[in-house]
Ligand binder design. Sequence first.
Ligand code: COA
Length: 349
Amino acid sequence: MPSSIIAGVGHYVPSNVVTNKDLTKLMDTTDEWIIERTGIRERRYAHRTEETTTTMGIEASKIAIKNAGLKNEDIDFIIFATLSPDYYFPGCGVLLQRALKMQEIGALDVRNQCSGFIYAMSIADQFIKTGMYKNILVVGSEKHSFGLDFTTRGRNISVIFGDGAGAVVVQATEEKGRGILSTHLHSDGESAELLAMYNPGTHANHWTDVKYADFNNAELADMFMSHAMIDKAQNFPFMDGQAVFKKAVVKFPEVIMEALGKNKLKKEDINLLITHQANLRISQFVQKTLGLSDDKVYNNIDRYGNTTAASIPIALSEAFQSGKIIEGDIVCMAAFGSGFTWGSLIMKW
Ligand code: COA
């Protein structure tokens, strides 16, 4: 059975740097509050019109494909993870396929928010192991700056998120003992509404005072996105930060230990841990729980904020570029986020 290696990795972040001080001009917040609670000093925001989730994903993909020593036509399948797609539908995968003039290959969008990249990697790994594909492009990209509430009302969320993209080429190898050793995926929908963007959506809250017989286009449009929803800020994401924090600090270590246990590895065997960059305090808590030294953990949330599905591939790309990952290293990746969903991946590089 073939194994999945990461043959190429790349990332792209917009050039526009937005500091905490910049945000203080828009809302009641301070540099100190943001650094103390989240560890974030600055983030990148994509160009309003010229950059989209797909265009950033394309830039990251070009680097990953080049680093793998491949051409666009060598890619057999695309998996694109994002919560901030260019269109409500179709997904970003097909837009990337078109832009990179790829063959008429399959393109799948994954909507698992912060754990989207781990889920996407797990899917890629299954396709490689069954022998169906040889080179799969996995992308994580987000343009959060497009849909955040930049008033004081939305400050608990808007200070956290940033834009960017990362990509990897997952490739089949017959070499034994290398590549992805296992992936572990979980969910608990009990708290689905605690970190969510409700609209536009088909959930029942829209339907309370409208009878089927009364339908007309105006009412339907109103259910999709009404002025009332906008007035109540229901077009922006909602987050119960403390609930997310409490669950994340339990599930991150649990799913990392699950990956280690499955492969009969110990915490000390990890050469590099890359967790989804949700919040520096969460990452530090996980590091402490596992007893890992600073050189075994990669964090960049101070520079990019939380880039959701893009955060792991951006960090992976930076860590690889800076020589922090070498062949034979045990690299563990883990994510937790909206859903709640969480997961881990462990590999021998
Ligand atoms: N600047 C200044 N004050 C802020 C603020 C901001 N950006 N955001 C919230 N506050 C205020 C609140 O209004 C509240 O004020 P009050 O006490 O007068 O009511 C106070 O700070 C504390 O709010 P709270 O939400 O309890 O803060 P917290 O210590 O839980 O920190 C988070 C907020 C969001 C940083 C924290 O809960 C967190 O990191 N959660 C995890 C979030 C996460 O990782 N999300 C990504 C998931 S993948």
